[in-house]
Design a protein around this ligand. Sequence first.
Ligand SMILES: Cc1cc2nc3c(=O)[nH]c(=O)nc-3n(C[C@H](O)[C@H](O)[C@H](O)COP(=O)(O)O)c2cc1C
Length: 176
Amino acid sequence: MFIDLLRQRRSIRSFDHRQIEEDKVELLTEALLRSPTSKGRHPWEFILVTDPQIAALLATAKPKGATFLAKAPLSVVICGDPTVSDVWIEDCAVAATIVQLAAEDLGLGSCWSQIRSRPHESGGMATTVLRKLLHLPTHLEVASIIGIGYPLAAVAGHSRDSLPMHKIHKNLYMRQ
Ligand SMILES: Cc1cc2nc3c(=O)[nH]c(=O)nc-3n(C[C@H](O)[C@H](O)[C@H](O)COP(=O)(O)O)c2cc1C
């Protein structure tokens, strides 16, 4: 059941050295392209990074929260085009979530690195630095980067007791 996948899912930031098999990369690619988008506009573009030298540079896109990308066998840079859709951010977030869950289903681990709205250590924006590094056209924004690989160690899913049940409201918002 799908809920079992969600019960075991955790963010994975440490990967072993195994490369991801080509057929699994193909499936991840298909999952990305099957992500639903508002009005079917597909305002995203995905850069699949497997080159360790480029991965090392992705890891410096922002001061914190991206270092794990240096050792990720695969990073998916999720870019969006605001000229194609006013809800490109949502469409990119949907694709990011879908590729993370597809990775989990394939026995892989992954973690999101937020890029949109995040500054680079130079004081500029992480997106601007990545645009130059990855030769992106100026109309593309970088939403996030998803690092993917085989987990170095298993991480237990969140227990049912730890779920923030108070965030669920029935019919009307009521403080509990
Ligand atoms: C929108 C979003 C942005 C995130 N940004 C980062 C990030 O920049 N770096 C990072 O290491 N983790 C990032 N994460 C992962 C969260 O830190 C992680 O999901 C959260 O701590 C809960 O842990 P879990 O995924 O293991 O349940 C992000 C997650 C989301 C949904």
